[in-house]
Design a protein around this ligand. Sequence first.
Ligand code: SAH
Length: 223
Amino acid sequence: MRKTEDTFLHKGLRNKLVELLKTKSITDQNVLDAIGAIPRHFFLDSAFDKIAYEDRAFPIDADQTISQPYTVAYQTQLLKIKKGDKVLEIGTGSMYQTAILAAMGAHVYTIERQQALALKTGQFKQIFGNVFPEVHFFYGDGFLGIPQQAPFDKIIITAAAPTVPEKLWEQLKFKGIMVIPVDESDGAQRMLRLTKKKDGLAKRESFEEFSFVPMLEGKAVKK
Ligand code: SAH
């Protein structure tokens, strides 16, 4: 990410994006406020400056993507974020989703397996460190979660998971919520919201189909 100007043009485009998301089933005002507040162009290469507020995914380093704003808003809305929630995010990527969660008052613990992306997290601290001190970055395998920091109120997976990772489920609080896109047989992912019941089993709710980059095991090996 990069610190650059946030002009009236950017703000205008951001407001239009918020209006668009309202027409696409995003109703949580806190989510809309966060999308309206966070300059998405900071999280993209300067080549994307003028199109950063289109409702599209874009490429970032290490052949990964910044999720589409609709997807970010959709997952965040399903999480029902409350101020002070301790949230585990798998797939730091561009850090845009991380910033949206932080803007809603969540304490975020986020893991990335690509070193090139993990190395950029210092930039987030430089730019947003004072505003969002409760964001913690980890370089490692998201399948393992962060046992030292468990349990979490909420867990969000931002890559396509083959199944619900057992270790992550263990790190979710009772009554906690996990939002996870799980592979279906046709190559797309089904967005699931799993709420942990008292007996440890999941209340399972199924939502729309999305398309994510894959959740892969281990740290990425350098090419
Ligand atoms: N939340 C990000 C989405 C990035 S795409 C954003 O808003 O930009 C998904 C990310 O998940 C990629 O950066 C990918 O490297 C990462 N990822 C995939 N499998 C992972 C794993 N096992 N542990 C941690 N990160 C993983």
